[in-house]
Ligand binder design. Structure first.
Ligand SMILES: NC(=O)C1=CN([C@@H]2O[C@H](COP(=O)(O)OP(=O)(O)OC[C@H]3O[C@@H](n4cnc5c(N)ncnc54)[C@H](O)[C@@H]3O)[C@@H](O)[C@H]2O)C=CC1
Ligand SMILES: O=C(O)C(=O)Cc1ccc(O)cc1
Length: 319
C-alpha cells in the first residue's frame, strides 16, 4: 500500500514494459468513457477494449464510430473476461452499475471508476462487490461536454488522477491502476476519499455551483433581457456560461453525493461573500484591493506551474 501522509501520497512509478491490463471494460461511454477508449487506443493499442452503455443510442454511436473492439448488450457480458473494469457513469449510478455486473466479474479482475466524488462511491462499490480488488479513481480532467462523440485521447495529458483505495487494498492492484493512468499521460496520487471530497468540494464542486447560480440569476433578472445576457456575455460571464453548460445529471449527482463537504464549503464561502458585501457597502477599498491582490497572485502561481486549464480553451475554441 503506498504511504499516506496527511491523507495524501504520491504513487511510486514502477513503470516497466508490461501492460498493466490486457482486457479493459468501460461501463458508460460518455465524455470520460469515450476519452478513456481513445486514450487507451492511442497509448496501449494491443489492449482489448469492451464497452457497455445503458443507453441504446450511445451503444449505436459507439459501434458506428468504432470506439471499442466490442460493444456488449449488458454490463455483465461486458465484464465477463475483463482484467480491469472502469465504471464511467454518473456517481449516483456507480453502485447500481457495479451490482449489475457483480455475478459476471472474473475473480481476479480489478474494478475502478472515474466518479467526481469518492467517499460515498467507495462505500457503494465495496457494498456491491464485497471482497473484490477495488481502486476508485478520479481523473481531474474534463469539459462541459458529454456523450461518446465529445471525448478525446489527450484529455488526461498532464492532469492528476486521484486514487482513493481503502487501507488494506492489494498494493499490486493499486500500482497497476496507477500505471494504467500514467500510460494515459496522467499523474496518479493516492489520498483518502474523505480528503479528496473536501478538496474537490472547494476546487471543483463549489465553482460549478457558483456558475450555475450566476448564470441562472442573470437570466432571471427582469431588467436584463435574455437577449442581452447573450449579447453582452463577453469576459467573465462567458467563462461562467461554459461551466454552467455542464451535464445536469452528472452535477445533480455530485451535489447530492458530496452533500456534506459541499455544504461545509458553501457555508464558508457565504461568510466570505457577506464580508465582501460589507466592504463594498462601507467603502473599504483597502480590503477589496488586498483580497484581489492575493487572488491575482494565486492565479499567477497556477499559470507558472503550468496548471492552467486546457479544458477552458478547448471549450472556447470549439464554440
Ligand atoms: N464530465 C467531466 O468533466 C468529468 C466527469 N467525471 C465523472 O465521470 C463520470 C462520467 O461522466 P461523463 O462521462 O462526463 O458523463 P456522460 O453523461 O458524458 O456519460 C455518462 C454515460 O453513462 C451512461 N450510463 C448512465 N447510467 C448507466 C448505467 N447504470 N450503466 C451503464 N451506463 C450508464 C449514460 O448513458 C452516459 O452515456 C461521472 O461520474 C463524473 O462525475 C470525472 C471527471 C471529469
Ligand atoms: O470543464 C471544467 O472546467 C471542469 O471542471 C471539468 C471537470 C468536471 C468534473 C470533474 O470531476 C473534473 C473536471
Amino acid at each position: 500500500m503506498p504511504r499516506r501522509h496527511r491523507g495524501v501520497a504520491p504513487v511510486g512509478g514502477a513503470g516497466g514494459l508490461m501492460l498493466p491490463f490486457a482486457r479493459v471494460t468501460l461501463i458508460g461511454l460518455g465524455l470520460i468513457g469515450s476519452s478513456l477508449a481513445r486514450a487507451v487506443r492511442a497509448t496501449m493499442p494491443t489492449v482489448r477494449l469492451t464497452g457497455y452503455d445503458a443507453d441504446p443510442a450511445v451503444r449505436e454511436t459507439a459501434v458506428r464510430i468504432e470506439l471499442v473492439d466490442d460493444v456488449a448488450d449488458s454490463a455483465g457480458t461486458a465484464a465477463i473476461d475483463a482484467d480491469l473494469v472502469i465504471l464511467c457513469v454518473p456517481v449516483g449510478a456507480i453502485g447500481p452499475a457495479a451490482a449489475e455486473l457483480a455475478d459476471d466479474l472474473p475473480a481476479d479482475a480489478v474494478v475502478s471508476d472515474v466518479g467526481s466524488c469518492k467517499a460515498a462511491v467507495a462505500r457503494a462499490l465495496a457494498e456491491a462487490l464485497p471482497g473484490r480488488a477495488i481502486v476508485p479513481a478520479h481523473p481531474v480532467a474534463g469539459t462541459e461536454q458529454s456523450g461518446p462523440e465529445a471525448g478525446f485521447a489527450t484529455l488526461f495529458h498532464g492532469r492528476w488522477c486521484i486514487l482513493t483505495p481503502e487501507a488494506g487494498t492489494d498494493a499490486t492492484a493499486v500500482e497497476r491502476v496507477a500505471e494504467f493512468w500514467r500510460r494515459l499521460g496522467a499523474t496518479p496520487e493516492v489520498m483518502t476519499p474523505e480528503h479528496h471530497d473536501r478538496v474537490l468540494a472547494v476546487t471543483s464542486h463549489l465553482p460549478h455551483l457558483i456558475a450555475y447560480t450566476i448564470v441562472g440569476t442573470a437570466s432571471d433578472l427582469e431588467e436584463v433581457t435574455r437577449g442581452e445576457v447573450i449579447k453582452y456575455s463577453a469576459g467573465g460571464f462567458r467563462d461562467f456560461t461554459r461551466i454552467a453548460a455542464s451535464d445536469p445529471t452528472m452535477w445533480r449527482d455530485v451535489f447530492l453525493t458530496n452533500r456534506e463537504a459541499v455544504l461545509e464549503m458553501l457555508g464558508r464561502f457565504s461568510e466570505d461573500l457577506a464580508s465582501l458585501q460589507r466592504a463594498i457597502r462601507w467603502g473599504k477599498g483597502d480590503e477589496l484591493f488586498d483580497l484581489f491582490t492575493r487572488t491575482r497572485a494565486i492565479r499567477r502561481s497556477i499559470v507558472e506551474q503550468g496548471q492552467d486549464d486546457p479544458a477552458a480553451d478547448f471549450g472556447r475554441s470549439h464554440e
